[in-house]
Design a protein around this ligand. Structure first.
Ligand code: AMP
Ligand code: GLY
Length: 423
């Protein structure tokens, strides 16, 4: 197949690597890509956020499938134009991507579909904000409505900080004040063709910047999959996944269809397992980053087949995706100052040495290669991914590899998957 992958992060590198591992026959293209993606796919001069640029390229090169990685091209209407032109695309329309882009829209869909989520109120003024905060009590959860690049949410026991956060976003429109949900978090992805869904294997993401879940929220500092503790709680991973499919994914996909915004692509359910059951904290309209980097290496069903079936409305004919029993761990190497003010442009060394560690590969998140000199171009730079027969082995490999990478001022968390490994 000829496949074009849009995006430039480690998630897109993971998608490219999975497609490449599945068949050497695929012709893979990526835009804008990065230095790592360029090793495994042809990086092409297409503006990923421009529907015309993407569609023209796909038509000219007879692309069989376009896979949209990040949300920005979705919001720009890239999938709409491709679909209107008859090019199979894995990614929802702009209207359906509002499930991620607008928290208020997501809440309305969940309410109509009867999906369990935290109670939330919209507050449009400082007075409404303080009234809602006091109604729910601490810890306070305040969410900006709209894409805020991971910075829109604050969870804090500091009432003044909650008020200040809300006031910073109020000029842009109402904010959501939400009930605090307590429990372990799970990211579970569903492929959807608008009607049928197929689940992938659950993962857990580490959102805070520092060890022990300290420091500010980030895009994600590491992840692991599968989640062995789900088996303890639900009897098996499949039992948990089935419950989420029945109570969350299917009702949402049906409601999206009913309301005229069918969802074709990846439904990312961000869940909290509370004492009162499984609740949704957020939806995303795309693969999670960095969870994808640990989910796809475990997938044994060909990814292209699943994505193509979702894009062409034939997911019903596909069996449930299968996963190996291998444990996967990824640790993110971040630039100095990330997430507040990342320093970029610094050289990266030791990559080949890191990649020589057994069962390790590296997904590039923000790298550039100019004449063989690799530099960091963003906050999250590299994802070291390791698999093993146990979490302990996978962790040991990931950390042995990351220590070999040189990037001045860089940092990473030391406790990714430590609890499940028993380390
Ligand atoms: P979001 O951007 O919606 O994924 O939120 C970022 C993080 O904030 C989530 O991964 C949770 O850790 C936390 N969070 C969001 N909503 C809630 C909530 N209602 N209760 C507790 N934590 C939350
Ligand atoms: N890992 C969180 C996200 O992809 O939004």
């Amino acid at each position: 197949m000829k496949i074009l992958v849009l995006g430039s992060g480690a998630r897109e590198h993971a998608i490219v690597l999975a497609l490449r591992a599945e068949s050497t026959e695929h012709e893979l293209f990526a835009a804008p890509g990065n230095a790592g993606i360029a090793r495994d796919a042809a990086v092409v001069p297409v503006d990923a956020n421009d529907p015309v640029s993407v569609t023209d390229f796909a038509q000219t090169h007879s692309i069989d499938l376009v896979v949209v990685g990040p949300e920005a091209p979705l919001i720009a209407g890239v999938a709409d134009r491709l679909r209107a032109t008859g090019i199979p695309v894995f990614g929802p329309s702009k209207a359906a991507a509002a499930l991620e882009g607008s928290k208020a829209f997501a809440k309305r869909i969940m309410e109509a579909a009867g999906v369990p989520t935290g109670r939330a109120v919209r507050a449009a003024s400082a007075t409404e904000v303080t009234a809602a905060l006091d109604e729910f009590g601490a810890p306070y959860v305040v969410k900006a409505d709209g894409l805020a690049a991971g910075k829109g949410v604050i969870v804090t026991t500091d009432r003044d900080a909650a008020v200040a956060h809300a006031e910073a976003y109020l000029p842009g429109g109402p904010v959501l004040i939400e009930e605090f949900l307590s429990g372990p978090e799970v990211s579970l992805f569903f492929l959807s063709d608008g009607d049928t869904v197929r689940p992938l294997s659950p993962a857990q993401d580490f959102k805070r910047a520092e060890d022990g879940d300290a420091g500010p929220n980030t895009g994600g500092m590491g992840a692991y999959s599968p989640l062995p503790w789900l088996t303890e709680q639900f009897g098996s991973e499949a039992a948990f996944v089935d419950e989420v499919e029945k109570t969350v994914a299917l009702p949402v996909i049906r409601e999206m269809d009913r309301s005229g915004t069918p969802f074709i692509g990846l439904l990312y359910a961000g869940l909290i397992l509370t004492d009162a059951g499984i609740k949704v904290i957020e939806f995303n309209a795309r693969f999670g980053d960095p969870e994808t980097q640990v989910v796809l290496p475990r997938l044994t069903t060909p990814l292209s087949r699943l994505l193509f079936a979702a894009a062409t409305g034939t997911l019903e004919d596909e069996p449930r995706p299968e996963f190996s029993d291998r444990k996967a761990v990824t640790v993110v190497l971040a630039s100095e100052g990330y997430p507040v003010n990342p320093v970029t442009g610094r050289p990266i060394t030791g990559l080949a040495d890191a990649e020589s560690v057994a069962d390790v590969h590296i997904a590039h998140a923000a790298t550039n290669d100019s004449g063989g000199a690799l530099t960091a171009t963003g906050g999250r730079v590299l994802n070291v991914v390791a698999t093993g027969d146990s979490f302990s082995a996978a962790r040991a490999a990931a950390y042995a590899a990351i220590e070999r990478i040189g990037l001045e001022g860089s940092h990473y968390r030391h406790d990714i998957a430590a609890r499940v490994a028993g380390d």
